[in-house]
Ligand binder design. Structure first.
Ligand code: SF4
Ligand code: SF4
Length: 381
């Protein structure tokens, strides 16, 4: 089962409570990025292109746990950068598990075997290992040979030690449906507990801009994959079936970026995990002060091709709550892979992209400089 029963029950009851309370916007998964530093430099990564002083920032444990409390989401996905480079990460994970939140620790697995003993198996804790396909696909995606083998070895060790282990797989326009399906068969045979799959987002800061999928290609690719796995039923996904149905072009959703609010070393990121268009210091300011209608496919140029889970999984979950019979039907019969796709959101009225990255970087660098100047003065007091 891609999502454990306990998680289904606790997250399901949380979502129902939000609906009963009439909350229009609520968080489902907190995306916590305690640092941006990484020990890889993947071609499609848009997360690590920062000057060194920013890459060397580590979110303090207290800030990380305050973010978890402020947000209140039942699931916390720890991403980065490579989170295992953060020396206090075990403490952060422990603190979140103690709050009975489900932690997904995303890692490229290079340090995973070495650090395995710092973590304890728990139904609230899952390793989420970055694997973008078979050996050849993954090593090409992360631009380094041998990474696939190290990740697979770490997965085996973690399974032997009693951990839950998922993989997270990002796909680009060079992925082939049958090959991805064969890769999913391989990870299933390894005993992996769940698969998180998503098309790559066209990050403006990624070194490789040639391999991102557009929406039409995304739908075709996912139909090709699911066709080879009984509409996706052959594999345990840690995502809702309606989100998978959306990827195959059978559902038309507007994104719900507040479903996966993101806290980085800059603060709370507007509007989502993928776009850093502004930052707030509190979760409340993020929720109340973001002009949500300015974002999403059809509203903003940078969102045109996005079909990523952190924007649309929460949309699919809300749909499943409102239409449980539809969700059940897709779970039972699998994702439809033939016939017409549903008409997509129109792009005629989207506002043009704004480029604000340098402005935020400059502001953060100035803050770091001022903190450095204050340190000796405070030490002398
Ligand atoms: S995609 Fe992940 S592993 Fe690759 S460089 Fe970015 S943060 Fe590191
Ligand atoms: S569509 Fe939504 S999730 Fe995707 S980049 Fe835009 S705001 Fe973010």
């Amino acid at each position: 089962m891609g999502i454990p029963l306990l998680q289904k029950l606790l997250v399901g009851s949380y979502v129902v409570r939000q609906h009963l309370a009439g909350r229009k916007r609520y968080p489902l998964v907190l995306m916590l990025e305690p640092l941006f530093r990484c020990n890889l430099a993947c071609a499609g990564c848009g997360k690590i292109d920062y000057p060194d002083p920013i890459l060397h920032q580590n979110m303090p444990v207290a800030d990380a746990l305050r973010a978890v409390d402020e947000c209140g989401a039942p699931v916390v996905s720890i991403a980065g950068g490579e989170p295992l480079l953060h020396k206090n990460l075990p403490e952060i994970v422990q603190g979140i598990v103690a709050r009975r939140k489900f932690v997904y620790l995303c890692t490229n697995a290079l340090l995973m075997e070495k650090k395995l003993k710092q973590y304890k198996p728990s139904s609230f804790f899952t390793w989420s290992v970055h694997l973008d396909g078979d050996k050849e696909m993954h090593d090409a995606s992360v631009c380094q040979p041998g990474v696939y083998d190290r990740a697979v070895s770490a997965i085996r060790k973690a399974k032997e030690a009693g951990f839950r282990v998922n993989i997270n797989c990002t796909l680009f326009n060079n992925a082939q449906g049958d090959r991805v399906a064969a890769f999913f068969d391989t990870v299933k045979a390894m005993g992996v507990d769940g698969i998180t799959v998503s098309p790559g987002y066209a990050y403006e800061r990624a070194p490789d801009q040639q391999h991102f999928l557009n929406r039409e290609k995304t739908k075709q690719l996912f139909r090709d994959i699911f066709r080879r796995g009984r509409g996706g039923r052959d594999w345990a996904f840690s995502q809702s079936t309606l989100f998978l149905d959306f990827l195959a072009g059978n559902q038309r959703y507007h994104c719900t970026p507040w479903g996966n609010p993101t806290r980085t070393v800059f603060g709370w990121q507007k509007p989502c995990y993928l776009l850093g268009e502004g930052y707030t210091q509190t979760f409340k300011e993020l929720m109340d002060g973001t002009d949500w209608d300015a974002y999403g496919t059809g509203n903003y140029e940078k969102c045109a091709d996005c079909m990523v889970h952190c924007g649309y999984e929460a949309s699919a979950v809300a749909d499943a709550i409102s239409n449980p019979l539809k969700a059940l039907a897709v779970s039972l019969r699998g994702v439809r892979t033939e016939g017409d796709t549903v008409p997509d959101v129109r792009l005629d009225n989207q506002r043009p992209a704004q480029y604000v990255f340098s402005q935020h970087v400059e502001k953060k660098l100035e803050e770091i400089r001022q903190n450095k100047q204050r340190e000796p003065l405070e030490a002398a007091e």
